[in-house]
Write a protein that binds this ligand. Structure first.
Ligand code: RP5
Length: 158
């Protein structure tokens, strides 16, 4: 039997692919099963809905969504599910990411998008794993080891 997909990643364009790679690297490092799709809230809205509905049916636990410029993708996903949505604003656009950051984070009360830094794909994955770890002691242990490694990297940086 194939392992369940825990995280659904969606980005707005093929041109965003390099900016989400760090999230996939971290999820792979932790052995988290994820599905990756490219779909645009503006240019392929029906496909976005299809991805969300399929992911919910397959009992995905967390969404990671990223888009540049007007990142309505994250808000669209958050509007359609009560599962946690982690939004990654991407650099580029008229103010090199500020446009995407504001459109990701400025959600109306009641429909949150947990927004990480501009191009913060690595933190999006870590936050997704932290959410998954709430009921998973093994993941909690791995996160502590991961944090220790990050600490060592900083201490040994010079
Ligand atoms: C956004 O517009 C995408 O997420 C991307 O960051 C930006 C430009 O998209 P392309 O024109 O490169 O497809 O919707």
């Amino acid at each position: 039997m194939s392992r369940k997909t825990d995280v659904q990643i969606i980005i707005g364009s093929k041109s965003d692919e390099a900016k989400i790679k760090a999230a996939m690297d971290v999820l792979n490092e932790f052995g988290i099963n994820f599905d990756f799709k490219i779909a645009s809230a503006h240019r392929s809205p029906a496909y976005v809905e299809e991805i969300i509905d399929t992911a919910i049916r397959q009992e995905v636990k967390v969404f990671i969504t990223g888009a540049g410029m007007a990142n309505h993708l994250s808000g669209t996903v958050a509007a359609r599910t009560t599962l946690p949505v982690i939004g990654v604003p991407f650099s580029g656009g008229i103010s090199d990411g500020m446009d995407s950051l504001l459109s990701t984070v400025q959600m109306p009360p009641g429909v949150p998008v947990a927004t990480v830094a501009v191009d913060g794909a690595k933190n999006a994955a870590i936050l997704a794993i932290e959410i998954l770890s709430v009921e998973n002691k093994e993941l909690q242990k791995k996160l502590i080891e991961f944090r220790h490694k990050e600490t060592e990297k900083i201490k040994n940086a010079v």
